[in-house]
Design a binder for this molecule. Structure first.
Ligand code: TYD
Ligand code: MG
Length: 469
């Protein structure tokens, strides 16, 4: 083996340098590089200690066709959580749950642990951050004090693995959090990237050999990165993030990566003093308290995975007193807003150069779908013109740079959800040209006003002024 040099490892992204630097070139972080002894190279695992063999072992190669086995799963019993994992915890899989401190990760996992334990599964909850009494207190407050969850406050990974390997194999083990864990196989200090990686490796090995599903909790830094555990993301089977606005009382669970299920599903929870409550119909929650008579609000009929979701998009366009007008957006993509504004100016005839523009997705939800373009544009035009939009109408459609409104997926599902919540019309893209003339078009659940170009939307909203006294 080559001579061991000290390595300098960025604590944010795990980049390795051979000398100290003030700024990490990989992630741009300042003062994140720390000297670590002990090897940080990928050769430090069991592969490095394996005696080298002159010849490789020959393994059978298989074809694409053949038997497919569904991965065995244990559902948690919390429907919103199971929706995100793809139907339950896959045996022997490892999940990284990321989120801001205080968002409710420990609460969610305590509820999941108790639900599983109450059904007779062995569940272990290992807290590296809180004492046993503190965890008990939380369980008590959640009304879960009687659940047969096995509890420990421990940070040494070897001890944890040895303890959990005794007796009946646990169905689920929670490690709260991975940043507090340390392993004897790595020399660097606890909390460093090398320790996090080494500890995760040991726990992954435990999961794969025993079939226990392991959940690692990871804290997220201010800029949304899972600090330290970011280097773990590629090692785990699923990365799930728990999001929410501290000012709002609901929380969203979102799969970022999932080897055993979908990545576009979200789970919605509402916070209460008895813990997290599931929200089976989130649209109602996101539309609650909607102000219908003021200009600048539009309801977007969106999709999150297979589930339709209605949210209110609010815009405020006001004359600016600044040389460079402000553009602020919450819950949506800043560059997407810039694009919509540019198209409205270039093709919609709007003059926005002297106006501040604010866009907000109500309720603290974050929208990633391009289908929200039309709803955002409608809210912006409504705010600028001072004409409120009809309160019983939903909007969806993607906007091209030419101002053309393009069709989006799952129009039926979006409209059905809107109809269910009492909406009666939709402003949507022109229907796609039917490929076969014989195809019978399905009856739409809402009255639609199809829009082919952004100019139609602007004209529609301007025309509303005359009807309003
Ligand atoms: P906690 O689960 O400890 O957050 P994390 O593990 O992500 O840091 O929750 C933070 C605090 O919020 C804790 O004091 C409990 C409280 N809380 C509630 O009262 N109700 C809830 O539904 C949730 C999720 C949290
Ligand atoms: Mg916690």
């Amino acid at each position: 083996m080559a001579k061991r040099h000290p390595s300098f490892v960025c604590q944010e992204c795990g980049a390795v340098y051979n000398r100290w630097k003030g700024k990490c070139e990989a992630c741009g972080g300042w003062n994140t590089i720390v000297e670590e002894t002990g090897s940080a190279s990928p050769m430090s695992g069991p592969a490095a200690t394996r005696p080298s063999r002159a010849k490789g072992r020959i393994f059978p190669l298989e074809g694409l066709s053949g038997e497919i086995k569904e991965a065995p799963r244990t559902p948690s019993g919390i429907a919103e959580l199971d929706r995100v994992t793809g139907g339950g915890f896959v045996h022997g899989s490892i999940i990284l749950l990321g989120g801001d401190p205080g968002i409710g990760k420990s609460t969610l996992l305590m509820q999941a642990s108790a639900a599983l334990a109450n059904r007779g599964e062995r569940v272990a909850y290992i807290s590296g951050e809180e004492a046993v009494a503190q965890v008990r207190l939380r369980a008590e407050r959640l009304g879960l004090g009687q659940a047969p969850v096995e509890l420990a406050s421990e940070t040494n990974v070897e001890d944890i693995v040895a303890t959990l390997s005794q007796g009946r194999t646990p169905a689920l083990a929670i490690i709260d959090s991975i940043q507090t864990m340390w392993t004897e196989t790595v020399e660097s200090a606890p909390g460093t990237v090398t320790q996090v990686r080494g500890s995760a490796q040991a726990l992954i090995r435990f999961a794969k050999t025993t079939g226990t599903a392991v959940i690692l909790v990871g804290h997220v830094t201010k800029d949304g990165q899972i600090a330290g555990p970011r280097v773990v993301e590629h090692m785990v089977d699923a990365v799930v993030s728990f999001e929410g606005d501290t000012g709002h009382h609901f929380r969203i669970l979102r799969a970022v990566k999932n080897r055993f299920g979908p990545t576009d599903e979200i789970g919605v929870f509402e916070m209460s003093d008895q813990g997290l409550r599931e929200v089976p119909n989130p649209s109602e929650l996101f539309l609650a308290g909607r102000d219908m008579a003021t200009p600048g609000t539009a309801v977007f009929a969106g999709m999150e995975g297979t589930r339709p979701l209605l949210v209110e998009i609010q815009a405020l366009v006001a004359p600016s007193s600044l040389g460079t007008p402000r553009r602020a957006v919450v819950g949506w993509d800043q560059s997407r807003l810039s694009m919509v504004l540019a198209v409205l100016e270039a093709h919609g005839g709007l003059k926005l150069g002297m106006h501040d523009v604010y866009l907000n997705v109500a309720g603290g939800l974050r929208i990633t779908e391009p289908a929200a373009d039309l709803a955002a544009a409608a809210a912006l035009v409504s705010s600028l013109s001072g004409n409120p939009l009809p309160p019983d109408t939903v909007y969806f459609g993607e906007m091209g740079l030419s101002g053309a409104i393009r069709p989006v997926a799952q129009e039926q599902a979006r409209m059905k959800e809107a109809a269910k919540l009492g909406f009666s019309s939709a402003v949507s893209p022109l229907p796609r040209l039917e490929k076969s003339s014989g195809a019978k078009s399905e009856r739409l659940p809402l009255a639609t006003s199809a829009i082919g170009h952004i100019t139609d939307l602007v004209a529609n909203i301007a025309a509303r002024r005359r009807k309003v006294p």
